[in-house]
Design a protein around this ligand. Structure first.
Ligand SMILES: [Zn+2]
Length: 95
């Protein structure tokens, strides 16, 4: 059995909304050097509101309750599907 860490893959996702970031890692190569950029989808500031699993859940719930509005609406794909995108999130606290 080989154990692979998904976080080392090129596909990075926003930890709040699951927005695909490609090879852009908002937490830096070591996962500890946040860029403090803003997610175009949920508007989270990486390294700030997504610092702990509690703050991630809190921000996500707030964002969803507010109608899952895009921070940069011009970036929103025509066929965007919130439920599909949310599947990209690691639910580390499930269970
Ligand atoms: Zn996001």
């Amino acid at each position: 059995m080989t154990h692979t860490d998904k976080r080392t893959e090129v596909n990075n996702f926003c930890s709040i909304c699951g927005y695909p970031l490609g090879n852009y890692n908002p937490w830096g190569g070591d996962g500890k050097t946040p860029t403090y950029d803003i997610c175009p989808c949920c508007g989270v500031e990486w390294g700030n509101e997504d610092y702990t699993s509690e703050s991630r859940t809190e921000y996500r719930n707030k964002w969803l309750a507010d109608g899952a509005k895009w921070f940069e609406p011009q970036e929103k794909p025509v066929n965007w599907n919130l439920e599909e995108q949310l599947k990209n999130i690691d639910h580390e606290t499930d269970g």
